[in-house]
Design a protein around this ligand. Structure first.
Ligand SMILES: Cc1cc2nc3c(=O)[nH]c(=O)nc-3n(C[C@H](O)[C@H](O)[C@H](O)COP(=O)(O)OP(=O)(O)OC[C@H]3O[C@@H](n4cnc5c(N)ncnc54)[C@H](O)[C@@H]3O)c2cc1C
Length: 486
């Protein structure tokens, strides 16, 4: 667990000033948020009831946008060294080997300046995020410290990154919206013998094996590690599923006990829910505490990381920059529709993978009789909030091209509002302005714009076609935030 300190202290002991932000939960979302807030110079207390990082198998994939958030936290190189970029997407095959669906992969850097898909071991990623906190004297980590009441926390704002059974959510009184999918699955990480011909024959892409007898997911994680997710079927005894005589026959068409050993296993019920009410006064939610995504897209944690990115700059703007507290109301209005789009797609994919009854299989065969369907990760527009009204791509994330000096765009900008675009439009502007060569300029031209105003999280506040549009949007965007985000 590296630099994360085990501190056993009372909440806000005498003589210690209350922090700007208390974070309940130091899972991936809480740890990332603490890094981003630490970077912004806020004082932060992070609490987790456990002393050790959660060891059972969960997330294995994050996308290029999330790597860009790690870049903002100053951790991209460290994380890139411990994860595996993959050019391969995912294939959905039926029992006869027919390809129903393909999620595209990306060769080389994608639009965010990083590979579009990364595979990893969640405990290792969380360890890096916790080690990152040691860089900030303004961030204090309290492990082995269960928060029993939010009233004990004296911070200006309290963020519940405390997972699916969130205490902070109960204090807010959020309302759960059920998006319909709840299904138990066995999740197993295997350590495979690299010399085994059967290991070598495993697919490099992710495989969703849509077999009505036993739906499964196979993921090439990294090194020797492969993930198997196996849907529970009626009559399964979940306590016996990892017994050798039950487990190995289920995957015998790929591997046997001579090729691999079980590293760890757990049964989870995959859920699809989103909460209404991510904020009440000084209490806020992020990550699984306010939404849960079935893992068919590898996007649940990613959504929490996007929450952290959205919330971090707003907390900094309010606490350090004099922005109005109402800015924090835009957090849920922007993020909830965005994450809902991912969850709904994961639910639709779940219907393809989890189909087991004859009518559902007949419907599926009819749908894919026309051939294989292709798709990408969605790139939804944020809901209404701190942006100009307008159609997408306003309210979507701007790409990250490389600049002429070789740097990635975000390195040149820093964590602040910025204007990117053509030289003639930017001349004389006081705010951070970056001239966009090549790919960035082409992107603007493709959207009939000559400049874009970017928020600190790189989402597009406004696009401008000429100088007067740019000046109007700049005035709306920057007046209250100039000092906040520089
Ligand atoms: C099988 C499976 C596969 C998945 N695959 C992917 C994937 O490939 N990609 C992806 O993006 N997502 C994936 N996910 C989802 C991902 O694992 C979760 O979304 C993510 O772990 C949620 O992070 P979190 O920080 O919000 O919550 P958690 O990881 O649950 O962390 C919450 C933390 O809060 C602490 N806590 C709770 N209550 C208190 C309290 N009262 N006081 C102090 N501490 C407290 C807990 O100890 C815990 O450390 C998968 C999930 C599963 C189950």
């Amino acid at each position: 667990m590296g630099g994360a300190q085990l501190l056993s202290v009372d909440v806000a002991p005498l003589g210690v000033a209350p922090p700007d932000v208390a974070i309940v939960g130091c899972g991936p979302v809480g740890a990332l948020l603490a890094n981003l807030l630490g970077h912004a110079g806020l004082s932060v207390d992070v609490y987790d009831r456990e002393t050790e990082i959660y060891a059972l198998p969960r997330a294995v994939h994050f996308d290029g946008e999330v790597m860009r958030v790690f870049q903002a936290a100053g951790l991209a190189d460290r994380i890139a060294g411990a994860t595996r970029p993959s050019p391969y997407g995912a294939r959905y095959e039926d029992a006869a080997g027919r390809t129903l669906l393909i999620r595209h992969g990306t060769e080389g850097p994608g639009p965010h300046g990083w590979s579009g898909s990364w595979y990893f071991h969640q405990p290792l990623l969380e360890a890096i995020l916790r080690e990152g906190l040691a860089r900030f004297p303004n961030v204090r980590v309290h492990l082995g410290h269960e928060v029993r009441s939010v009233d004990d926390l004296t911070a200006r704002y309290v963020v519940g990154c405390d997972g699916a059974r969130s205490l902070v959510r109960r204090a807010i009184g959020s309302r759960q919206v059920d998006l319909g999918l709840h299904q138990p699955w066995l999740v197993v990480d295997l350590l495979c013998d690299p010399a085994s011909p059967r290991t070598q024959a495993l697919p490099l892409h992710s495989l969703q094996f849509c077999d009505p007898i036993r739906p499964m997911t196979l993921v090439n994680v990294n090194g020797e590690r492969r993930r198997w997710e196996i849907m529970l079927m009626p009559g399964d005894d979940q306590d016996r599923l990892t017994k050798p005589e039950i487990f190995w026959p289920m995957i015998e068409r790929w591997l046997g006990p001579q090729d691999a050993r079980i590293e760890r296993a757990a049964v989870y019920t995959f859920h699809s829910v989103v909460q209404e009410g991510w904020r009440k006064g000084r209490l806020l939610l992020a990550g699984d505490s306010c939404h849960q995504t079935p893992p068919f897209l590898g996007q649940g944690m990613c959504a929490g990381m996007r929450d952290a990115s959205n919330l971090a700059w707003k907390l900094a703007a309010v606490l350090k920059g004099g922005a109005p507290d109402s800015l924090l109301d835009t957090y849920e209005s922007e993020r909830r529709p965005h994450v809902t789009e991912f969850i709904e797609l994961a639910v639709r994919l779940g219907a393809v993978i989890q189909a087991t009854d004859p009518q559902a299989i007949a419907d599926r065969n009819h749908r894919f009789a026309k051939g294989t369907e292709m798709f990408d990760f969605p790139q939804p527009q944020l809901g209404p909030g701190w942006r100009m009204d307008g159609a997408s791509p306003v309210g979507t994330i701007f790409p990250q091209p490389r600049l002429e000096d070789g740097r990635l765009m975000d390195e040149a900008i820093g964590q602040r509002f910025a204007i990117v675009g053509e030289r003639s439009l930017l001349a004389g502007l006081k705010t951070t302005a970056v001239l966009l060569p090549g790919a960035g300029g082409d992107w603007l031209a493709a959207h009939e714009a000559r400049a874009a105003i970017l928020r600190p999280d790189r989402y597009i506040f406004a696009l401008a076609r000429d100088r007067s549009e740019l000046l109007e949007a700049t005035e709306r965007a920057l007046l209250s935030f100039d000092s906040a985000c520089s």
